[in-house]
Write a protein that binds this ligand. Structure first.
Ligand code: FAD
Ligand code: ZN
Length: 468
């Protein structure tokens, strides 16, 4: 049974691109090293037609398929299960930028393009592709769309969904849906594109996408600001929105422990401000000249200092300094990896309720686990926190996860739900949060999702057991 499938796969993509032996851990183990799967084969097609041939071969044999881009997903959705029967379909070789249309402000690229390469291709034409996240050196455009990635520029530009105008998808039947439109207006029936975005490989394989571009900003200014409380961070956000308008392109927050972890594991990184309960990274991008932009930015920080919203601030003086500030922020997830496994939450709430949520939930967690350490950071401008719970100092991270994960999740997700929030703001459902989805979505919503799944993937071969 397996031989003919492997033979068909080899015929589809060439024997060199069907891997069954040797060290396949790069595809079989997830980024956090929480899920260790085993694939029947890792298959690496080089074109949309080859993807379609692989899907047809799998459909003929009833073999399930796990799509994978950069394998940076954080919810265990992109690696095979342990059965050894699934085909891991890597999109990495579909990595061509197909077209850039400067007048239409669009870029069409294949799913396996590394996000950073997409940004660079746009920049070479003097244009901006605004999707940006700490994994951009290895995550792929297809993975970004399949997970509807957010990142650090959502505040101004929206998440991957908002940036996408068209898709090319290989359906579960192995047909190619050519939906690569660069149209900003197209009301011709149900929005198929929006079905596939965020579907985490459970409805079809994204092979290419047409994405929105924007003009490059003339000036970008970055600063760190120290705040005494989350309420002050939110007050600073309001002030920044009022004074900078659409020029406010980044508003990230980090608690003291998050930055302490960075200092411990990456001591060479500069820390321009003394430790504070909260540190905000703000960014302004502007089409006006450097001088005016800077003046407006400094006036904002001056007003915040005067009002006592901010206790200290440091504005980057150069592109290098600005990059160093972003590196601090982007090192938080990496520092956590060095520190050991923790219980991750990727939650969103109305910004207005975040200060009360943090006060309430911090206290409740301390009562449950005295000495617990909270790595609280994220995209405050979007109401999205990575509210991660680390074992008390000296505790064994793996044991902590095993013993406490369920109770901690219940506590945090109940607090989120009570305030009208979401238990998964940007990382998706995958395997990690499948049971939460089943427990917390309404029966009507779940039934609609199951109907969509059954209609698009009647054999249930697309990443089964993930999301639903
Ligand atoms: P993978 O991990 O390979 O796959 C993710 C999911 O998409 C899986 O379910 C997979 O089956 C499916 N998939 C992948 N490619 C395709 C395809 N072509 N067609 C159909 N399904 C597909 N996420 C954010 O949203 N915001 C952040 O700020 C952010 N920061 C991160 C920082 C770090 C350090 C890391 C490691 C991750 C971060 N993530 C973040 C999560 C992750 O990077 C993103 O979700 C990213 O979009 C995943 O892309 P990928 O190519 O690695 O996808
Ligand atoms: Zn994030």
């Amino acid at each position: 049974m397996n031989m003919p499938l492997l033979q068909m796969l080899r015929a589809a993509v060439g024997p060199a691109h069907v891997l069954t032996e040797g060290d396949l851990s790069a595809w079989e183990i997830d980024w956090r090293r929480r899920w260790h799967g085993r694939a029947l084969a890792v298959v690496r097609p080089g074109s949309t037609a080859e993807v379609a041939a692989v899907v047809r071969a799998c459909a003929a044999h009833g073999a399930s398929i796990v799509a994978q881009g950069g394998n940076t997903g954080l919810v265990g959705g992109g690696v095979p299960d342990a059965s050894g029967t699934q085909v891991l379909l890597s999109l990495q070789r579909l990595n061509r930028i197909r077209a850039i249309d400067e007048a239409n402000l669009t870029l069409t690229a294949e799913a396996g393009c590394i996000l950073q390469a997409v940004q660079q291709a746009a920049a070479e034409r003097g244009l901006l592709f605004p999707l940006s996240l700490a994994a951009e050196g290895s995550c792929t455009l297809g993975g970004n769309l399949a997970a509807n990635a957010g990142g650090t520029q959502v505040l101004r530009w929206g998440n991957a969904r908002e940036l996408c105008l068209g898709l090319e998808v290989v359906t579960a039947a192995g047909e190619v849906w050519e939906g690569l439109s660069g149209l900003r207006k197209d009301n011709t029936g149900y929005d198929l594109r929006d079905l596939f975005i965020g579907s985490e490989g459970t409805l079809g394989i994204i092979t290419a996408a047409t994405m929105k571009l924007a003009p490059q900003p003339a000036a970008t200014t970055t600063a760190l600001a120290a705040c005494a409380s989350m309420a002050d961070c939110v007050a600073l956000l309001e002030l920044a929105r009022a004074r900078l308008g659409a020029g406010l392109t980044g508003f990230e927050v980090m608690n003291r422990f998050a930055l302490d972890l960075v200092a411990r594991h990456f001591p060479a990184l500069p820390r321009p401000l003394p430790a504070a309960p909260w540190t905000v990274l703000l960014e302004q991008s502007d089409t006006e000249g450097e001088a005016q932009a800077r003046e407006r930015f400094e006036a904002l920080l001056g007003a915040a200092l005067e009002a006592g919203t901010v206790s200290d601030a440091a504005v980057a003086e150069s592109l290098a300094q600005s990059a160093a500030l972003w590196q601090l922020r982007e090192s938080v997830p990496l520092a956590q990896v060095e520190e050991g496994l923790n219980i991750k939450h990727d939650i969103s709430l109305p910004v207005s309720s975040i200060p009360e949520f943090v006060a309430h939930t911090d206290a409740a967690l301390q009562a449950l686990i005295p000495g617990v350490r909270l790595v609280d950071f994220g995209h405050l401008g979007d109401g999205n926190l990575h509210y991660n719970v680390q074992a008390p100092a000296g505790g064994d991270p793996a044991r902590f996860l095993e013993e406490m994960e369920h109770r901690v999740n219940t506590l945090v997700f109940d607090a989120v739900a009570a305030r009208g929030g979401s238990f998964s703001a940007e990382h998706g459902i995958g395997e990690l949060k499948r049971d939460e989805l089943a427990a917390r979505k309404s029966p009507v919503a779940l039934q609609l999702m199951r109907s969509i799944k059954a209609a698009l993937d009647p054999q249930g071969l697309m990443n089964p057991g993930r999301v639903l």
